[in-house]
Design a protein around this ligand. Sequence first.
Ligand SMILES: *Cc1c(COP(=O)(O)O)cnc(C)c1O
Length: 419
Amino acid sequence: MDNQYLWHPYTQHKTAATPIAITRGEGALLWDEDGKQYIDAIASWWVNPFGHSNKHIADSIYKQLTTLEHVLFGGFTHQPAVQLAQRLMAILPDNQRKLFFSDNGSTAVEIAIKASLQYFYNKGEKRTKIIAFENGFHGDTFAAMAASGISFFTEAFRGSLIDVQRIPVPVKCREQDSYDALQELVATGAYAAFIFEPLVQGAAGMVMYEPETLDNLIAICKQHGVFTIADEVMTGFGKTGKNFACDYLSQQPDMMCLSKALTGGTIPMAITTFTQQIFDGFYDTDVNKALFHGHTFTANPTGCAAALASLDLLLTDSMQANIQRVNSRHLAFKAVIENHPKVKTVRVLGVILALEIVREGNEDYYGDFRNKLYDFFISKGVIMRPVGNIVYVLPPYIITDDLLATIYKTIEEAIDTIN
Ligand SMILES: *Cc1c(COP(=O)(O)O)cnc(C)c1O
């Protein structure tokens, strides 16, 4: 019945398989309507660190729903938002001072970009362009899409996007290219901000680069008054082994975008955070200088309650130990698999493992090889979304060693059987 009315994301309905109807989830497992079990090896698009149907989060949501489910945030406030702000400020980089709520990763990015552009507009400075990495992904709304560099996502809208220039990602041996390209752009004085996925480019296939190089890039921006936006929508809340990828840096970004794991994968919610300097650029007796942005469900109390409960879980010793455990399992698998003749490279950071399979040509993002891999994993009861020839694992942190072993074994089988 799904195909009667529903239109799915990133889906060509003419060729796509019938979607699998999931009826239940628990921990790292999901079950479909026929009772078949699946391991959620990608935490349902990177949102679910603590397992499906988590009781602590569910109880907190229920309590909030039966106390105050929602109230408008224009002219009103509530304890869940205030508490969440206090608790996030305690773990965010210490230059972050203000926090703006929205509903998803794309809007968190949209708000950061709008704030960057309006900051300079308010000051009467002409900085109207943005800098981003090649192959970055920042979401599907217009400014976020403009900042994203995976071309087939955005090709049809090319003429309607804000001006974004791209620099190379500073992966090994390209560091200097990246610095040089950034230097050249910032020297023009035309750029308001540089947006990046810190340390790991998720949608590009978990492409990783070193903290020192990002520190250097941020320092270059600071010298030229260009704001830096750390899009931690994917990396936030423990994925890289620390609370935030920015915790690996000595520099601090001016803005951060958070979503995905913020509510433990339960309720759509996002946050953009800012330094005092940026907030002050809007603080004026002139109402026109305010940030005129908002969403109906801004700071939804139920979402805030879910985020508070998620922070409870994230910061426990046992959850931190789970993150370290998944990381050591990944490293052990890497040591075994990286010399396989069909494996090009293996990357690990925190709970993220990415493996590139040797192929002769370039693989399309959603090409045949990728589809064969995807179907193979599904047939084995493992939910993965390979990107071209890249297979990655980003499981809920609570996944058991046994389930991880099953994922690794299935990856080995896939490498040996899929051509
Ligand atoms: C997923 C993602 C987004 C977009 O988030 P949505 O909630 O899908 O809009 C933005 N930035 C990064 C780094 C992401 O991984």
